[in-house]
Design a protein around this ligand. Structure first.
Ligand code: SF4
Length: 370
């Protein structure tokens, strides 16, 4: 549903460059569409330069202006709390220790490498784990920086999987993306390339460009990791974007972040994951919100995440249930979290909790040696 911009012809609305050129970045522009709360006006003012604000007309049009707690609004419009003294005293700008020797490159797990190729985003999400890069301005990595990253991959044969992220990696021009993909594909030991992109959510129009899809298809296997957080983000445009990717043989997985006030509710999560399955997106991860400076107010308790996981069991096909995971501090990696279903054990006897909450005794013995 298009709440605002009804006078914009559909042809323009479907143009990614129109969406980017017409991003709303100021209080004055935003006020034409939404009656701002005092903490939002102050938020936009006080976060200027530190955590800037920008929103595509498409994403803005998903906000219900009558609801101050609208989940899209909470994700996209700054609030004063981001620069509150207490919030600023908590968390780290780079809680996952991503910054290393080569600018933009993180090599944590032996077989995988992360490349951050730009600081540009279509929308600056208020909960972003890379919020620290917002203040660097909207800059794509130079050719020299990209080449340095690619040479590193070339010299590390253990790297099989390259995750390209940002900012928004798919905001790069088709030419620049083709350059990166071609160079990576020349490296024999790289098996798969993944993009961490939020464009299916924030500006799905990017995927309506056939030349761009031709490039992605040409350098297959490519996987997309996207980031839907709320059922209201699943629109006919998002569905079309995903469908166009799938038709080119590009699988789309989703990583949701558990966010206080946005989606910390079992029913909302169930609806989100159901809708994702309907548009053929696999819910891969539910991430516990990282302790990011300026975004820590979005954190919930771990109990809330476990409650949601418990609620989902039995209500959704197993492959629709994501792995709930938390990133350990200092770059120590992800840990999956599950409610405890094994309640007791005595020898070969186990007591499990079923999805209805019933405790079921079950004897499990090994009886044969091959
Ligand atoms: S699009 Fe991704 S990288 Fe950009 S602000 Fe949003 S969450 Fe962060």
């Amino acid at each position: 549903m298009r709440r605002f911009f009804q006078d914009v012809p559909e042809e323009l609305w479907r143009s990614y460059s129109w969406q980017i050129q017409n991003r709303i970045k100021s209080i004055e522009e935003l006020k034409k569409y939404i009656k701002l709360l005092p903490e939002e006006e102050e938020g936009i003012r006080k976060t200027r330069g530190l955590y800037p604000f920008a929103i595509t007309p498409y994403y803005l049009s998903l906000i219900n202006p009558e609801n101050p707690k609208d989940p899209i609004r909470l994700q996209a419009i700054p609030r004063e709390v981001e620069v509150d003294e207490k919030i600023q005293s908590l968390g780290e700008p780079d809680a996952l220790n991503e910054e290393g020797e080569i600018p933009g490159l993180t090599h944590r797990y032996p077989d995988r490498v992360l490349l951050n190729v730009t600081t540009f985003c279509a929308v600056y999400c208020r909960h972003c784990m890379r919020k620290r890069i917002f203040s660097q301005g909207e800059k794509a990595r130079t050719k020299e920086e990209i080449d340095r990253m690619i040479n590193y991959i070339k010299n590390h044969e253990e790297i099989k999987d390259v995750l390209i992220s940002g900012g928004e990696p798919l905001s790069l021009s088709n030419e620049k993306l083709e350059y990166i993909l071609k160079r990576i594909r020349e490296i024999k030991h790289v098996e798969i390339i993944r993009f961490g992109t939020r464009l299916p959510v924030l500006a799905p129009q990017r995927f309506f460009d056939d030349d761009f899809l031709d490039i992605l298809e040409k350098y297959s296997p490519i996987w997309i990791n996207t980031h839907f957080n709320h059922p209201n983000e699943i629109t006919e445009y998002a569905e079309e974007a995903v469908d166009r990717l799938l038709r080119r043989g590009i699988p789309v997985n989703n990583q949701t972040v558990l966010l206080k006030g946005v989606n910390d509710n079992p029913e909302i999560m169930l609806e989100l994951f159901r809708k994702l399955l309907r548009i053929k997106v696999k819910p891969q991860y539910l991430f516990h919100c990282d302790p990011i400076k300026g975004a820590i107010h979005f954190r919930t308790s771990v109990d809330k995440g476990l409650e949601i996981m418990q609620f989902l069991r039995g209500k959704l096909s197993g492959f629709g249930i994501p792995t709930y995971a938390i990133d350990l501090p200092n770059g120590k990696g992800k840990v999956p979290l599950l409610p405890n279903y094994l309640k007791k054990r005595e020898g070969d006897k186990y007591w499990f909790e079923s999805f209805t909450g019933e405790i079921v005794e079950y004897e499990i013995k090994e009886v044969w040696e091959p």
